[in-house]
Design a protein around this ligand. Structure first.
Ligand code: 5GP
Ligand code: ZN
Length: 139
């Protein structure tokens, strides 16, 4: 548990939350300021800040729980679609520095906007691909 981390406090029961799922490693609860009804946050009980500093085992646990509860979250609010996102890092909009997935049920006309795409200059795209490949661990 990290001192002053809101989600660690929810995990520890020191702050209230509307919990929808809990097991030994993972907790899912409703977002306090939902984009839409049923907006659910899925966190590991062990604190990590982001995807870079979490363990593979923790990340797998998160994904397994998301796979398990995703249909229930949508069915529970009568949604057919959802956005599943992580805001990773402050520039990406991460406000709570405890790794979490958002499951955001979507409804027709809910007004939630996605990003608008840019395009690559052909001169840069090959080097970006090569740079990314160079940084991928080959273990
Ligand atoms: P982030 O921007 O870090 O990806 O998302 C953090 C989310 O946590 C926000 O959607 C925000 O509404 C939610 N949140 C912040 N504080 C609390 C809290 O105390 N309880 C709950 N249930 N959600 C919170
Ligand atoms: Zn935490």
């Amino acid at each position: 548990m990290k001192k002053d981390c809101i989600f660690c406090k929810i995990v520890a029961g020191e702050l209230p939350a509307y919990k929808v799922y809990e097991d030994q490693n993972i907790l899912a609860f409703l977002d306090i300021n939902p984009i839409n009804p049923g907006h659910t946050l899925v966190v590991s009980k062990v604190h990590s800040e982001n995807i870079a500093d979490t363990t593979e085992a923790t990340f797998v646990d998160l994904i397994k729980v998301i796979k398990k509860i995703y249909p229930a979250v949508l069915n529970g609010v009568g949604a057919a679609d959802a956005n599943l996102t992580i805001n990773s890092g402050e520039l990406a909009g991460q406000a709570v520095l405890h790794l979490h997935f958002h499951i955001i049920p979507r409804f027709a006309g809910d007004g939630h906007k996605l990003w608008t795409g840019k395009s690559y200059a052909s001169s840069e795209v090959e080097s970006i691909v090569q740079n990314i490949k160079n940084f991928i661990d080959s273990d």
